[in-house]
Ligand binder design. Structure first.
Ligand code: HGY
Ligand code: MN
Ligand code: MN
Ligand code: MN
Length: 409
């Protein structure tokens, strides 16, 4: 194993800066919602990088972008990846860093004139964020066989625009079958997006797995009425019901250990100051490191809604947007990540991921692990998201050393 392998830090940070200029927001972050023109520009940029590197560059039927460095043997590849789509208030690092680091690993091997035993590849997965289309991690979910291409193409955004038609519109409905490249192992570098590493004096994270996640969409139907003439007792107010549900879900986090709850979408119709609403569509993002307490939390929410519906005459229907179990990573690969950090003399600690990642899907196919770098202030899904060059270089060197060793084992 070539132990003096290093990434080119300046090239890594300059590629990240190039990508960050695409969809850049005035607040200093990035907004590249899946399959929008900004996402297409980011995709075009990435394809250009992969082709300039001389990688075998492919697009699959769900728009996943794959760059392959041919190995000596035919057979399953060591795959690195993440995503370049963002949430609406995205930062410059979430997802993008993992893709750019994967590109840098292959570029460093190119520079060193090294050919791995196994194929190595970098993938940018479609719609990881789930900010526009559901579920999140959609491109890797389809890649891992969890959802058909046809079903994914039928997904629509909140304006009713179809995923399949958007893929066609931006020119990224590729010919390859998702999952066409068999995986020997999957490695993802990502910012932690939380405060743990920073609060422990920095260092890297050897991620042991990803917590369970359930996204629900609730549609609440009341009766539109005049806000000035309708006595309170006569109202069927879904806006009030939605507030009560949000508070109930939040209260659950005080009684169910490690439970998280967020209501990120609340759309009110007709949305006029002087009208008691007719309909409210809201979402709940429920997460827990364990499946059982998460199911308990969801059950409690559903029971609360049934009682509220009965008492206040509000019709409430549920729709699943995402539902993924707690996902442990492969012990042998976690140990490889720790070993690489040790070889560089870098502090590293084991931790679970609070955020979902494409690794949650790839773990269905092959041994999977992640390496985290600290997020300054623990901030993410925020334009002020920040990680230092030093930490990015450290994480990318660990990715390089681990991927190279696994590709030649
Ligand atoms: O929601 C998540 O955890 C990820 O950012 N998609
Ligand atoms: Mn991400
Ligand atoms: Mn994210
Ligand atoms: Mn009036």
């Amino acid at each position: 194993m070539s132990t003096n392998l290093r990434i080119d830090g300046a090239r890594l940070t300059s590629r990240l800066a190039d990508l960050a200029r695409i969809g850049a927001t005035p607040e200093g972050g990035c907004r590249r919602l899946a399959l929008t023109d900004e996402d297409r520009q980011g995709r075009d940029w990435l394809v250009g990088q992969l082709e300039t590197l001389g990688l075998d560059t492919r697009i699959d039927a769900i728009g996943n972008i794959v760059g392959i460095l041919k190995g000596q043997l035919d057979g399953p590849a060591v795959i690195m990846g993440s995503h370049i789509d963002t949430v609406g208030t995205g930062g410059r690092f979430d997802g993008a860093l993992g893709v750019v680091a994967g590109v840098e690993v292959l570029a460093a091997l190119r520079d060193a004139g090294l050919t791995p035993k196994r194929d190595m590849a970098v993938i940018a997965f479609t719609n990881e964020e789930g900010a526009r289309f559901h579920p999140d991690m959609l491109g890797s979910y389809v890649w891992a066989g969890g959802m058909s291409v046809e079903a994914a193409h039928r997904e629509v955004d909140s304006e009713g625009v179809g995923l399949g038609s958007e893929l066609k519109r931006i020119g990224y409905e590729g010919a390859e079958r998702p999952g066409f490249l068999p995986a020997h192992a999957y490695l993802e570098m990502h910012i932690e997006q939380g405060p743990v590493l920073e609060n422990e004096g920095g260092g890297l994270g050897a991620v042991t797995g990803i917590q369970a996640i359930t996204w629900l969409e609730l549609t609440l139907k009341g009766r539109p009425s005049h806000a000035g003439t309708t006595p309170m007792a006569y109202r069927k107010d879904p806006g009030l019901a939605a507030a009560r549900i949000n508070i109930f879900a939040n209260e659950l986090t005080k009684t169910i250990p490690h439970q998280l709850a967020n209501s990120g979408v609340i759309r009110v119709q007709p949305g006029n100051v002087n009208v008691v609403p007719e309909t409210v569509v809201m979402t709940l993002d429920l997460r827990n490191p364990q499946d059982a307490p998460l199911a308990q939390a969801e059950e409690a929410v559903r029971r609360f809604c049934a009682e509220l519906s009965e008492r206040d005459g509000i019709a409430i229907t549920f729709r699943d947007l995402a539902r993924f179990p707690a996902t442990p990573f492969a012990e042998e690969l976690i140990a490889e990540v720790e070993r690489s950090a040790g070889e560089f003399g870098l502090p590293i600690r084991r931790m679970i991921s609070g955020a979902g990642h494409d690794a949650q899907m790839m773990a269905r196919l092959c041994p999977t692990a992640m390496v985290f770098i600290p997020s300054i202030g623990g901030l993410s899904h925020n334009p002020a998201e920040f990680s230092t060059d030093e930490d990015m270089v450290a994480g990318a060197n660990v990715l390089l050393a681990t991927a190279w060793r696994v590709a030649n084992a």
